[in-house]
Design a protein around this ligand. Structure first.
Ligand SMILES: Nc1ncnc2c1ncn2[C@@H]1O[C@H](COP(=O)(O)OP(=O)(O)OP(=O)(O)O)[C@@H](O)[C@H]1O
Ligand SMILES: Cc1ncsc1CCO
Length: 279
């Protein structure tokens, strides 16, 4: 796998650490604590808001709004908040959790995207297939059989993936055994990560937290490279965490070890371990 463009990991992470961006998150109940911690680990400041009046107050001061579609808040509230953020020129990141199983969540995400309220969308392969084709094999919040994208079927999937990002004017990212990022023109194919990352709940939600920190901390940088750098960083953290996990430790500890490694990650190590190709 080649590295045609070198990503300035050190500059990106330095800028996040200097800015310490405020990231407002509307999350699901399940992973909310982990998402807050991974945002802290990656240099951001999380604030998880609840009802509409509180959320409306905070959105005006936040650097970025992260919407997790499995948030228990009503769809209309998420749409209204995204519109305020967009109006204030604060980027919105969307994690379309659950769209494969819940038509109302799919409609919400489509409306957020179609109204131009969203800067970046990141989901697993079933969630992204649901957005692209309005159908997938996903059930619950999980990847469905046959939906996975790998190097073997990438050539079939990539044109639709890029076309959707192009048409909607978003950065589109997909996680899994390989991760993909596109802005409609460029495509990053990332081979970092570890199979154990599918064993704990919320690896995708945590990844969105890292992505939010990178975007919010670097408002003047190219968002395609920022999202790519965030996906590489979380994958590398998963690789190192797998190396330090003890034989008597399981998936819950592993989830925390991954957050620890996001916290400890050094740019030099990232540069050494990053496995990506930009096409
Ligand atoms: N088999 C694998 N090999 C390498 N990395 C993986 C593998 N499976 C998942 N990952 C990594 O795990 C992270 C989360 O991706 P995944 O697609 O599993 O999220 P998700 O299904 O949305 O998770 P959740 O619903 O639990 O939040 C990504 O960084 C991805 O690269
Ligand atoms: C398990 C689960 N259910 C709703 S959200 C969530 C976290 C993983 O996406």
């Amino acid at each position: 796998m080649s590295k045609k463009t070198s990503i300035p990991f050190a500059k990106y992470s330095q800028q996040v650490k200097e800015k310490v961006p405020l990231i407002q998150v509307l999350n699901n109940y399940v992973t909310i604590h982990d998402v807050a911690n991974v945002i802290l680990a990656s240099g951001g400041r999380p604030v998880m808001t609840d009802n509409l009046p509180n959320s409306q107050d905070v959105v005006k001061t936040a650097d970025l709004l992260l919407l997790n579609a499995a948030s228990p808040r009503p769809n209309q509230e998420l749409l209204d908040l995204a519109a305020i953020a967009k109006n204030d020129h604060h980027p919105v990141v969307l994690d379309p959790v659950g769209v494969s199983a819940m038509p109302s969540k799919l409609k919400l995400c489509q409306e957020l995207i179609d109204r131009g309220l969203v800067r970046a969308v990141k989901g697993n392969a079933s969630e992204i297939r649901s957005l692209l084709f309005e159908k997938s094999q996903g059930s619950g919040v999980d990847l469905g059989p046959g939906d996975e994208v790998s190097l073997a079927n990438l050539a079939d999937f990539a044109p639709d993936f890029k076309a959707y990002a192009q048409e909607k004017g978003i950065i589109l990212a997909m996680s899994g055994p390989i991760d993909l990022v596109t802005d409609g023109e460029r495509l990053a194919v990332i081979e970092n990560g570890h199979p154990w990352m599918a064993s704990y709940t919320g690896s995708g939600c945590q990844l969105s937290g890292v992505l939010a920190s990178f975007l919010a901390g670097n408002p003047d940088e190219d968002p395609f490279y920022l999202v790519t750098a965030a996906m590489i960083s979380y994958g590398v953290a998963g690789e190192i965490a797998a190396q330090v996990l003890q034989p008597y430790e399981g998936n819950a500890t592993y989830s925390n070890r991954v957050i620890d490694q996001v916290f400890l990650l050094e740019a030099k190590e990232l540069e050494r371990r990053a496995k990506y190709d930009i096409q």
